[in-house]
Design a binder for this molecule. Sequence first.
Ligand code: DOR
Ligand code: ZN
Length: 334
Amino acid sequence: MNLTLNSPLDMHVHLRQDDMLRFVAPFTAQQFVGAVCMPNTLPPVDRADRLDAYTASIRKAVGDLSFDPYVPLFFRDDLTREELTAMRDRLFGVKLYPAGVTTNSDAGVAELGKIEPVLDILQDLDLPLLVHGETNGYSHDREREFVAVYDHIATTFPRLRLIMEHISTVEAAEFLDKHDNVFATITLHHLCHTLDDVLGGPFNPFYFCKPILKSPRDRDALQSLVKAGHPKIMFGSDSAPHTEVAKRTEGAAGCFTAPVLLPCLAEFFEDHDLLDQLQAFVSDNAQRIYRLDPPRRDVVLEPRTWTVPPRYGSIVPMNAGAHLRWKVQNAPEE
Ligand code: DOR
Ligand code: ZN
């Protein structure tokens, strides 16, 4: 029997720019009717003119598919009330990267002590704050250490919707229920994999991402949230394409999961006897949390085995070579 999803959404994806954007955007737009398209481009999407230009370039790259790009503005600590108010109607939220914690985040926030005036404006304008929550401490502890920052923000700005992006630890999972204004996205790779997929055998760069994959205990904490149908979690793939050369020679962080997302999620939910909860995880929770009205389009999965190709162009996908049980209807044959 086919599996039908109503208006699935990917609440965290990297679509890049130029040729890479044109190449990867269709994978997302075939499977999702909208996506939060991250602003860590070069230069970052940190002003109104760049927001408009980036949104237009995504729309062009997806062609005729009904698809809404939701582009959050790259956080600047000198954002003013006038600037944010002027873009309020077309602004989805603001994405905060601590400087240097991940790909293209050099323009991020160097001093977290300076962000509060902007957070105050975001709270007043009811604009969500999306956060890459890692310190620059020891890799395995970066997110755990950042939970204190989340706590401070959520306490100081109780009406600000705070989204912990791509949570990867027990500590973040447990923190979710501490404040009404805190929500989270979860990726496919943090839900299904651990650091052993990167380092347990021969080094596998295609599972290397930020935040780094963690322990089975951390992964299980994310799985518990999903299995419980937690209403404050949303699917956000963090699909982050890099060329095979960049992955192998430059140590680029990011997993390209876009082509396999809904098939792998369907498999995970089916294996855990949770298929009836997939719709909430991939759409309904996000619509409620963000008050979205996405394009109405069904995406249909067929129970048909296919093999993930070794490469899409110059990019190696996560799960290359795997045999998957569900296939997105009308997805291009590999
Ligand atoms: O692994 C990652 N890759 N994590 C991020 O936060 C950014 C992303 C990218 O842009 O490549
Ligand atoms: Zn990301």
